[in-house]
Design a protein around this ligand. Structure first.
Ligand SMILES: [Zn+2]
Length: 426
């Protein structure tokens, strides 16, 4: 007999963008079996019944720019300084933290050692540790002097990136990542404002290098994501067929047109969380608003708002995920990106939530079965106290997540004992 769970009387926000509706939702095994809109009801026989009492039933969240192995770093170089044993334990804890906060899936933007994402993905899949469904990332593949090259000329010093110069080295390093089992290859095409040799306006990975990375990834049926802040890096990414293009805040008119023309095959993600936290909450870590870094962060927020308003209007698929895992933007705060999308980038709560659910399901490669509350879809579900369309901030706080279900299994269920603080429906 398959495991059956019935959510009775839920306000269903299904991820499609349509308004919420009252319904009973039956989960059987790992899938959503039946959705009965009120006044229709479903029989409760043989099912574990969860009385929703009007609480919101919505798809589990998808972190679209996950760094599951990042934690507590102030500087990029800190990421490379953690010994592998401690690093694996940190990654295990972070995976649980993500699931505890309602993230049932995570698309990795990069790992900080070659096998960390791969190992945690496999361990979660085997049921050994709690965590989201994971698409494992490669380390940041970067050129000498690019973001992720923290080495020093005068002494041996490791980096958290994998440094490769020229098509032959790129070919070899991408093949190595594929051999070790990653799902997504990461290439750093532009520099970064917090990177010493190459700031975010510079485009340091050459087109033939990117082409080779994509071509080898295709041979192994992997996706490719990239770090691209400068306009030229965005253009190179589109021309070379990169699947997920992060940042893009300096995209000019031509770059925006190119992103629009490729909108059926690409995703973009602003990764705004780290920028916000560095600007407004970074002081105790040495990031001051009244400094060059502060002014840079303000510029990035302003240009991101302009570019992403345009991309949203043109229907480009946008992912949440704000580089959580640094000291000023800890793992677990990931859903704050939804609120940033609303407050900083001009999204409606409904639009922001679609980025964190339905669009996320698509980037996971499960577009027809993940990220929506629909019959036949994978039962990744949250029962939330309150209406996130009225107050997006509700999703951020775990106390409002009364049920977290992943693939039909109740990971958390306090629905019977939790006090209803926000719900108005009887
Ligand atoms: Zn990142």
């Amino acid at each position: 007999m398959m495991n059956r769970v019935l959510f009775r009387g839920a306000s269903v926000w299904d991820g499609s963008g349509a308004p919420a509706f009252l319904a009973d939702v039956l989960v059987e095994g790992s899938r959503i079996k039946t959705i009965a809109r009120a006044p229709d009801r479903l029989a409760t026989e043989g099912a574990t019944v969860i009385e929703a009492r009007g609480r919101t039933l919505m798809p589990g969240l998808v972190e679209g720019h996950a760094h599951i192995s990042f934690g507590g770093a102030v500087n990029d170089s800190d990421l490379g300084n953690i010994p592998p044993e401690e690093h694996m334990l940190l990654t295990v804890r972070n995976a649980k933290t993500l699931l505890d906060h309602g993230f049932t899936s995570a698309y990795s933007a990069a790992t900080s050692k070659l096998r960390l994402d791969v190992v945690i993905r496999n361990a979660v899949n085997a049921g050994e540790f709690p965590g989201p469904r994971i698409r494992a990332g490669s380390p940041e593949i970067t050129v000498t002097g690019g973001l992720g090259d923290e080495r020093k000329a005068h002494m041996y010093y490791e980096s958290f990136g994998m440094i490769a110069d020229g098509v032959e080295e790129i070919k070899k390093v991408v093949r190595l990542c594929c051999r070790e089992g990653v799902d997504n290859i990461k290439v750093n095409i532009s520099g970064d404002d917090l990177s010493p040799a190459a700031h975010g306006g510079l485009t340091v990975m050459r087109e033939d290098e990117i082409q080779m990375a994509v071509s080898v990834a295709r041979d192994f049926n992997k996706k490719v994501n990239c770090h691209a802040r400068s306009a030229e890096s965005v253009k190179r990414a589109v021309r070379c067929g990169v699947d997920v293009i992060y940042h893009c805040e300096s995209a000019d008119e031509e770059a925006i047109d190119m992103l629009e023309s490729a909108k059926d095959r690409i995703f973009v993600g602003p990764a705004i969380g780290i920028i916000y936290s560095t600007l407004y909450e970074g002081e105790k870590f040495g990031f001051y608003r009244d400094s060059e870094v502060g002014r840079q962060m303000q510029r990035v927020i302003d240009t991101t708002a302009e570019v992403y308003t345009e991309l949203r209007k043109r229907g480009v698929r946008i992912l949440i995920g704000g580089d959580y895992g640094f000291a000023q933007s800890p793992q677990g705060d990931n859903a704050r990106d939804l609120k940033h999308f609303v407050d900083l980038l001009g999204f409606s709560p409904n639009e922001a939530l679609q980025c964190g659910t339905r669009i996320g399901g698509q980037v996971m490669g499960l577009g027809k079965e993940l990220g929506e509350v629909k019959e036949g879809y994978i039962a990744d579900l949250l029962l939330l106290d309150g209406d996130p369309l009225k107050d997006i901030d509700l999703v951020v706080h775990t106390k409002n997540l009364h049920v977290i279900m992943k693939e039909g299994e109740l990971y958390k269920d306090v629905s019977a004992t939790a006090t209803l603080e926000h719900t108005v429906v009887g």
